[in-house]
Design a protein. Structure first.
Length: 114
C-alpha cells in the first residue's frame, strides 16, 4: 500500500491510496490520520480508493478505526472512487451502510464538509 495527500481544502484532506490494503497496512492507516492529518487540522478526510487493487478485512478494519478517530472530534471519513471490485467488497461487508461512499473524488469534495 502506498498513500499520499493529494489535496488540502480547508479542513478537508484527500488521501489517494494505491495497491493492496491489508493486515500489514492497518497501523499505517491509523497513524496517517492520528499523526499526519489531525496535527495539520484536517478533520474531514476523503480516502480516494481509485487505485486500490484489493482490501482485506484488516484493511477495512483500518477504515473503521480511522473513522472512529475522526468521529470523536466531530470529523468525518468518506470513501471515494472505488473500482467495481472494491465497491462490491465494501458493500458485501456492509460498509455502504456505515460510510458515505462516493463514485468520484469530485462528488465527495462537493458533499463532505469543506
Amino acid at each position: 500500500m502506498e498513500w499520499r495527500v493529494t489535496e488540502e481544502l480547508g479542513k478537508t484532506a484527500v488521501v489517494s491510496f494505491s495497491g493492496n490494503i491489508n493486515v500489514n497496512d492497518e497501523p499505517a492507516v491509523i497513524e496517517l490520520v492520528r499523526n499526519v492529518l489531525l496535527p495539520k487540522g484536517f478533520i474531514f478526510v476523503i480516502f480516494d480508493l481509485n487505485d486500490v487493487e484489493y482490501v482485506d478485512s484488516a484493511g477495512m478494519g483500518s477504515f473503521l478505526a480511522a473513522r472512529s478517530v475522526l468521529n470523536k472530534i466531530s470529523g468525518e471519513l468518506a470513501l471515494a472512487a472505488p473500482s467495481h471490485k472494491i465497491d462490491k467488497i465494501l458493500s458485501l461487508a456492509g460498509f455502504n451502510k456505515i460510510f458515505k461512499i462516493y463514485d468520484s473524488v469530485e462528488e465527495a469534495k462537493r458533499k463532505v464538509n469543506v
